[in-house]
Design a binder for this molecule. Structure first.
Ligand code: IYR
Length: 223
């Protein structure tokens, strides 16, 4: 059993209650202005912006601090094309055979279908994987704790960081996503988790008119 070495910690930016309220309001308002986008422009986005957003994602808490997330950011047109072809093949199966009627009914308000041109139009795709297990120094398999939850939190950070940077995202999850391991040369211990489409919205971008729940309907206070 190793020993835990502890170091002092102070919050980097303490606020009084009034400033805290102003900040958190501003943050919540800005987060609510984010919409999932399916119409992307091909305007390029500097790699450095993507790299910093991924660095922000890497600040997420994780089970046993194992940081099980892995990100592959790609702007390469050949790879994007290959991913589109593979994703659309799965999506066609999903929309015509795999998805039960109930699921298709739930998706109807979003207006989605099997065509995914944005996988080529958008300047960046970020493929996110989580490690099912890692390896210790001797090459022995090492269990990961809460890898899905940890990677989900990291993806939340990533989406928020990109929104802060004025960029739009689409959380795309063609199912199954095993083709991402093949096309991106990722090892067997990494499971595909999410394909995040990133870029600026197209000139004619539109989004479904859907609403969000009021916080009072999903949050309860017991004081
Ligand atoms: N993966 C399909 C279907 C889909 C599923 C859910 I759950 C969504 O919230 C949206 C779409 C697609 O991307 O079209």
């Amino acid at each position: 059993m190793s020993e835990s070495k502890q170091i002092p910690y102070r919050h980097p930016r303490p606020l009084d209650d009034a400033d805290a309220l102003a900040k958190v309001r501003e943050f919540a308002d800005f987060q609510h202005k984010r919409r999932t986008v399916r119409y992307f422009s091909d305007a390029p986005v500097p790699q450095e912006i993507i790299a910093h957003a991924i660095a922000a994602a890497g600040s997420a808490p994780s089970g046993a601090n194992q940081q099980p997330w892995r990100f592959v950011a790609l702007s390469n047109p050949t790879l994007k094309h290959a991913i589109r072809i593979a994703a659309e093949a799965e999506e066609r199966e999903f929309y015509t055979h795999r998805a039960p009627e109930e699921w298709l009914d739930a998706l109807a308000p979003l207006g989605t279908d099997a065509d995914k041109p944005f996988l080529e139009t958008a300047p960046w795709l970020i493929a996110v994987f989580y490690e099912r297990y890692g390896f210790d120094d001797t090459g022995k398999k090492q269990k990961r704790y809460y890898p899905h939850e940890s990677t989900g939190i990291a993806c939340g950070f990533l989406i928020s960081a990109l929104h802060q940077a004025g960029l739009c995202t689409l959380t795309h999850t063609p199912s199954p996503m095993g083709f991402l391991n093949e096309l991106l040369g990722r090892p067997k211990n990494e499971m595909p988790y999410l394909l995040l489409v990133v870029g600026h919205e197209a000139e004619n971008c539109h989004v479904p008119e859907i609403s969000r729940l009021e916080a009072t309907s999903f949050a309860e206070f017991k004081t």
